[in-house]
Ligand binder design. Structure first.
Ligand code: AKG
Length: 262
């Protein structure tokens, strides 16, 4: 998905509509019934988004990158019992597709409703015997955000597929108070559902949806890549600087989505 262009780097005159049009993310990529399901349930699973060979290559690279470890830009993504890799943008162009896929961008446009940019591109895999989280939502409810999660392995109940509470995004509040002693990672929600699908599937979700990591009781990994978008300027506090080599590989439309600042 990464492309070279002769007119590197200039996003002058761009707005989100121009960037999305250049990247092929037209409004009609998702059907009215898919958009309705996304809006009502707060999430939508689309199988078959990534070809098998690409999914396998991403799995291999994620393991390699996790084993390398040690990138200070990833430090905010450490979590006991998981293999997390942060700052994927700067690590391998292989992952560019995870945020530039037209379906992802069209869905984020729908969720955010206006100007947006990529906030982070990261990966998480609950290790066997670990992975449960508290139900939570991502980001302050007043922010307009969109989240795309790529399943790099099959997501099953056994290997720790994410749990969600359908429809909870509409409440636009956290599932519990931080000081509530009754809530913890051990608890299930009475209306929770697991997000299941074959490797290569795409999960689109409103970040205000209540969700939680689950126990990986299988012997294998459950890797995913997460592309998190927010309204422009409300990004996670991580470096947004691109190296010259990274600038070279992106079209102006992609640089606009990255809200590139040199
Ligand atoms: O990996 C998962 O299943 C969910 C992860 C998650 O919600 C988080 O880390 O905020």
């Amino acid at each position: 998905m990464s492309t070279s262009v002769s007119d590197h780097g200039s996003t002058t005159g761009y707005d989100i509509s121009r960037a999305l049009s250049e990247l092929g993310a037209s409004d009609d990529l998702l059907s009215p019934s898919q958009l309705r399901a996304l809006d009502v349930d707060g999430f939508l699973i689309i199988p078959g988004g990534l070809p098998d060979d690409e999914t396998r290559e991403m799995a291999r690279r994620l393991d390699e990158l996790h084993a390398e470890g040690g990138d200070p830009r990833s430090s905010e993504f450490t979590e006991e019992g998981t293999a997390r890799v942060g700052a994927l943008l700067s690590k391998d162009p292989l992952f560019d597709r995870c945020f530039l896929d037209p379906l992802v961008l069209a869905a984020v446009r729908h969720m955010v409703g206006g100007e947006f940019g990529l906030s982070s591109l990261t990966s998480r895999s609950p290790l066997p015997g670990s992975g449960r989280q508290n139900f939570h939502h991502d980001g302050p409810a007043e922010n307009r955000c969109g989240h795309a999660i790529w399943m790099i392995d099959d997501f099953t109940v056994a290997n720790g597929a994410m749990r969600v509470v359908p429809g909870s995004h509409a409440l636009r509040r956290a599932p519990f108070s931080e000081h509530d002693p009754a809530w913890g990672p051990h608890l299930d929600h009475p209306r929770q559902r697991h997000v299941l699908g074959p490797a290569g599937s795409l999960v689109l979700c409103y970040p205000s949806l209540w969700h939680a990591g689950s126990l990986n009781s299988s012997g294998g990994p459950r890797r995913m890549v997460s592309a998190f978008f927010t309204e422009r300027g409300k990004y996670q506090p991580i470096t947004r600087t691109l190296t010259p080599a990274m600038r070279e590989r992106y079209t102006p439309g992609a640089l606009y989505i990255l809200d590139h600042r040199s």
